[in-house]
Design a protein around this ligand. Structure first.
Ligand SMILES: [Cu+2]
Length: 380
């Protein structure tokens, strides 16, 4: 707490893929080190000597000497290299693209119109492949896609980004952070034995009639007299306040996540996986915000009356089980949270009630550090 934003920024980081050959080999997706590649993407700023730069002066130094609400770097780094290139063959590749930025969202697309075929998201497969032109990835999200370079009409494709920062209402991208990496596509056609199956992996259906607990998680941002953010809280509580979320092991809960801020926050729940139903715009938002700021109680502030705006459909490729999901500002997001294994519905093979317990938090590192994070204590 307080140091994650600095630790990840300065440290070495990499990816570790856990495979289940029994489930995955029959799918026939591109595999092996050459054709199944993690791409760890983040933004960094550098001094002229190449060392990493992060300003150590807070935006509100009288209140907090170091903290800034979001770190954004000038250069886009993929697997440790700034704006790298990769030579690929004319065939299918699987890329597991991990957004390891502190605060930057990426909306990836290919400059030459090549498309993404999603096969999984975060740590779980989706039911069937979904093809899109672009994919929005918040901090800590993983977009797991197949790209078929045999479909490319050009021999060069730029993987680009057009997500404002902060997302969604910050600055537009520029020449530097609008580019991610370059693919050089070899001209020769080749035989490709990998495939995109019609169906991927189906997990057991969740019985929502067994839901016993509904929770409300409201996201607040606080500002100083000069209108600069000072900190962010979930349910208006600091991390140290006594635990309020105590789900039962094996249960499924419905959470309404209410984003009262102006930014999108990727909510990450430890241990439990989540499925998103929908996102609904809050009407008469200022009135609702005022009530929530006073009472911090979604029921007393009549969330139902305010959750009547336009519904935002969940993109098809994000309808599966997620580790993290992007909470749209001024919206309430309804999610199911499952506290058991999702592939069998069986209970955990370890004692999930053991100390020190778990947490749930916004995955913008600068937010979770100050202190958009709350404890999560499982009970039997
Ligand atoms: Cu956040």
């Amino acid at each position: 707490m307080g140091l994650t934003r600095v630790n990840l920024l300065a440290g070495l980081l990499g990816s570790y893929i856990i495979r289940d050959p029994v489930v995955e080999e029959p799918l026939g997706l591109p595999n092996g080190d050459e054709f199944d590649r993690p791409l760890v993407v983040f933004d960094r700023s550098f001094r002229t000597d190449g060392s990493i730069f992060m300003s150590s002066i807070g935006n509100n130094p009288d209140i907090h000497p170091q903290w800034q609400p979001e770190y954004f770097g000038d250069a886009i780094i993929v697997n440790g290299k700034a704006w790298p290139r990769l030579t690929v063959r004319r065939r299918k590749y699987r890329f597991r693209i991990i957004n390891a930025s502190n605060a930057r969202f990426f909306r990836f697309f290919f400059s030459n119109g090549l498309r993404f075929t999603h096969v999984a998201s975060d740590s779980a497969y989706i039911e069937k492949p979904v093809t899109t032109n672009e994919t929005l990835v918040g901090p800590s999200e993983i977009t797991d896609i197949v790209v078929d370079f045999s479909q490319s009409k050009t021999n060069v494709a730029i993987l680009a980004n057009d997500a404002n920062y902060p997302y969604p209402s910050g600055d537009p991208v520029n020449e530097d952070n609008g580019k991610v990496m370059k693919f050089i596509i070899l001209p020769d056609q080749e035989v490709d034995t990998s495939r995109l199956p019609r169906r991927l992996v189906e997990y057991p259906v969740v019985d929502l009639s067994s839901v016993t607990h509904t929770r409300y998680v409201a996201m607040y941002e606080y500002v100083s007299k000069i209108d600069e953010p000072t900190h962010l809280y979930l349910n208006a509580k600091p991390f140290e306040a006594p635990v309020t979320e105590t789900p039962r092991v094996g249960s499924t809960e419905v959470w309404y996540v209410i984003n009262l801020t102006e930014d999108n926050h990727p909510l990450h729940i430890h241990l439990g996986l989540l499925k998103v139903f929908d996102q609904t715009a809050l009407v008469e938002l200022e009135e609702f915000k005022e009530c929530m700021t006073k009472k911090n109680d979604a029921v007393k502030c009549n969330l139902k009356k305010h959750a009547r705006g336009k519904k935002v459909a969940v993109p098809d490729h994000e309808k599966g089980w997620k580790n993290v999901f992007k909470m749209i500002p001024g919206h309430v997001t309804k999610i199911a949270v499952r506290f058991s294994y999702i592939h069998t519905n069986a209970s955990y093979s370890f004692d999930a009630t053991a100390e020190p317990g778990y947490v749930y938090h916004c995955h913008v590192l600068d937010h979770e550090d100050n202190a958009m994070m709350r404890p999560l204590k499982l009970v039997n």
